[in-house]
Ligand binder design. Structure first.
Ligand code: ATP
Ligand code: MG
Length: 225
């Protein structure tokens, strides 16, 4: 479960990114997060993975209280989640295969498991033929799908995706959504930031949270929740 309790986030330069935000997301939910540019969506995600800390309030993720996190707890928390970053964050000098394999190596997966799993996941996101490329040799949409593959590869209980369809064509958007939907049906919690109104409309059985000026402006429950 994810809980934001009276959360404020003020960045060092004085920007008030989140203001008294309250939000609960249950295990197994699929939630769209929408909102204008600058509304606070990525800030929300950075708090979830303990990349930023709150100025006031509390964030609880998968049983971890963010205010009580010790340095050593951070990698343990992050093992429970797969994150697709808005800016991809791929390792430039590693191939596509190694970018994905690396996520498995850091959690101590066996080589045989890595050799089996990475090609399977790259196939799922339609990148089997790009395994040997480096990120600089890929299109924006392809890099985005490597980022998605890396988020999925360890089978996390929570997937947080910041605009995972922001750089792909409408057809590929649907494919990515179908993939995330299928993963959600198997029990994984999904929090997906998107600007794509057409996508949200098409998948209107999911909960839709709208963030406005650092607060929840609207929260429409999904029909399957
Ligand atoms: N590191 C930072 N330091 C200072 N201000 C920041 C920082 N990161 C974000 N902000 C500010 O906080 C507010 C929320 O930013 P955030 O990145 O969460 O928006 P967003 O909803 O993800 O927008 P977008 O749709 O453009 O990605 C904005 O006003 C932004 O300028
Ligand atoms: Mg953002």
């Amino acid at each position: 479960m994810i809980q934001f309790i009276d959360v404020y986030k003020i960045y060092e330069n004085g920007t008030n990114a989140l203001k008294n935000l309250n939000l609960t997301i249950n295990d197994g939910d699929f939630v769209f997060v929408r909102g204008a540019s600058g509304a606070g969506k990525s800030t929300l995600i950075k708090l979830l993975m303990h990349e930023e800390t709150v100025s006031a309030g509390e964030v609880i993720v998968n049983g971890f209280k963010m205010s009580e996190m010790k340095h050593n707890d951070v990698p343990i928390l992050r093992r429970t989640m797969g994150v697709v970053f808005q800016d991809f964050r791929l390792i430039p000098n590693m191939t596509v295969y190694d970018n994905v394999a690396f996520a498995m190596r850091v959690i101590g997966a066996r080589s045989s498991e890595i050799r089996r799993r990475v090609p399977y996941i790259l196939g799922l996101v339609g990148l089997a033929r790009k395994a040997r490329c480096r990120p600089s040799e890929l299109s924006g949409g392809e890099q985005q799908r490597v980022s998605l593959a890396r988020a999925l590869v360890n089978n996390p209980s929570l997937i947080i995706a910041d605009e995972p369809t922001g750089n792909v064509d409408p057809e590929m958007s649907i494919e990515i959504m179908e993939l995330l939907d299928e993963i959600n049906r198997r029990g994984t919690t999904i929090v997906m930031v998107t600007h794509d109104a057409t996508l949200v409309e098409r998948y209107d059985y999911h909960r839709v949270i709208t963030i406005e000026s650092g607060n929840v402006a609207q929260d429409i429950p999904g029909s399957n929740q």
